[in-house]
Design a protein around this ligand. Structure first.
Ligand code: NAD
Ligand code: DAU
Length: 357
């Protein structure tokens, strides 16, 4: 009953591994390259747990992945590994092409070879779950209906273009070779262990330390937020009950502008961290130059997964954000470790040259 998880030391992958251990408890082989975004600290609670086997490696290394599949004979692959940050893809797209497109292609090839070697019954039960994003659908206008599984692809950043390419490859492996793949396209996640380059953890850390809260453009871009634990529960449901060849959109029906989100976050920080150097935290809001190609609005229509698989998020945005802020406040050591290395260089690269308005 083993499953292979790729990218399980990253934000969503680590939450998924921890959630799986609590809810299912069968063996996970965790394949992660440990880029700047991979952090084994996220899995510290599993250090002595024999149900979790960590292997450092690259999804783009076919011999390595093939050997791993032969050794552990998983019944499924849950594929999280990716370069995931839009701003990084603007500064340097090549890693995104290498991992998200070429890496996914090589992983699919290794999976296909392994799957074809299985007995018929195990072939039928095998699943390749490709964890993707709503960003492949592009940007919505204010009155447009939310993205559904039949929305056209219109990616606007190197990140979303690379994820779109990987989605197409995954689809092709179903139609061409019969590999039992399923793709999920999820909206913005937030929660524990998120690397502080993404909006919510970056703003929490800056708020706690009295640094400016940099809002891109006019702050009226809209995102549809989902607590990471709800995403993990949805993925478990898709793996158990989803139909091969299908796509499932996952989202929290929780759209808001960045400005509204930061206002809510500032009020929470005022309540939970009144000892911050600058309060009220709202005073720290600073408008900075916009992200090039910044998608205006994302929204997910989650009707298919709700009706077909009976999934619903259990956190509201208010409850999920409160849990998230509390987690960062309770884990200063995690923050110190993460902010001591690569992260500092990244802050200089991304914000150093942005004009403040
Ligand atoms: P993340 O950047 O936090 O983690 C990515 C993980 O993949 C890291 O542990 C990294 O070391 C690993 N990795 C990178 N390249 C690798 C390679 N070549 N081989 C093996 N491992 C490699 O990302 P995340 O936010 O946890 O996102 C996980 C997945 O979910 C991604 O595929 C992303 O596109 C998708 N997704 C993310 C969100 C979100 O809001 N964060 C929403 C929808 C979908
Ligand atoms: O929609 C799903 C996607 O959500 C995932 O596929 C990506 O992996 C994930 O990074 C996320 O992409 P976004 O670009 O939406 O997330 P990010 O946290 O980078 O930004 C959220 C919004 O906040 C976006 O409109 C840009 C804005 N922003 C972001 C940062 C980092 C700011 O205004 N200031 C900032 O400093």
């Amino acid at each position: 009953m083993t499953i292979l998880v790729t990218g399980g030391a990253g934000f969503i992958g680590a939450n998924f591994v921890l959630d799986w251990m609590a809810e299912v408890g069968t063996l996970i082989v965790n394949l992660d390259k440990l880029t700047y975004a991979g952090n084994l600290r996220n899995l510290a609670s599993l250090e002595t747990d024999t149900r979790h086997v960590f292997t450092r490696g690259d999804i783009g290394d076919p011999e390595f992945v093939t050997a791993l599949l032969r050794e552990h004979t998983p019944r499924a692959i849950v594929h999280f590994a990716a370069e995931s940050h839009v701003d990084r893809s603007i500064h340097g797209p090549e890693d995104f092409i290498d991992t998200n497109i070429v890496g996914t292609f090589r992983l699919l090839e290794a999976a296909r070879g392994y799957w074809q070697s299985l007995p018929a019954k195990e072939q039928a039960a095998f699943r390749f779950l490709h964890v993707s994003t709503d960003e492949v659908y592009g940007s919505l206008g204010p009155e447009d209906p939310a993205f559904s599984e039949t929305s056209g692809y219109a990616p606007n950043s190197p990140y979303s273009a690379s994820k779109a390419a990987s989605d197409h490859l995954v689809r092709a492996y179903f139609h061409t070779y019969g590999l039992p793949v399923i793709t999920s396209n999820c909206s913005n996640n937030y929660g524990p262990f998120q690397f502080p380059e993404k909006l919510i953890p970056l703003m929490i850390l800056h708020g706690m330390t009295g640094k400016p809260l940099p809002i891109y453009g006019d702050g009226l871009n809209v995102r549809d937020w989902l607590y990471v634990g709800d995403h993990c529960a949805a993925l478990r449901r898709v793996l158990a009950k989803g139909r091969p060849g299908e796509v499932y959109n996952i989202g929290g029906r929780s759209e808001m502008t960045n400005l509204d989100l930061i206002g809510t976050l500032c009020a929470l920080l005022d309540e939970l961290h009144p000892q911050s150097p600058v309060t009220p935290h709202e005073k720290l809001i600073t408008f900075v130059e916009d992200r090039p190609g910044h998608d205006r609005r994302y929204a997910i229509d989650a009707a298919k997964i709700e009706h077909e698989l009976g999934w619903q998020p259990s956190e509201t945005f208010a409850s999920g954000l409160r849990r998230t802020v509390a987690w960062y406040l309770d884990n200063p050591q995690w923050i110190t470790e993460v902010t001591s290395g690569q992260y500092r260089n990244w802050i200089d690269t991304n914000y150093g040259q942005r004009v403040t308005s």
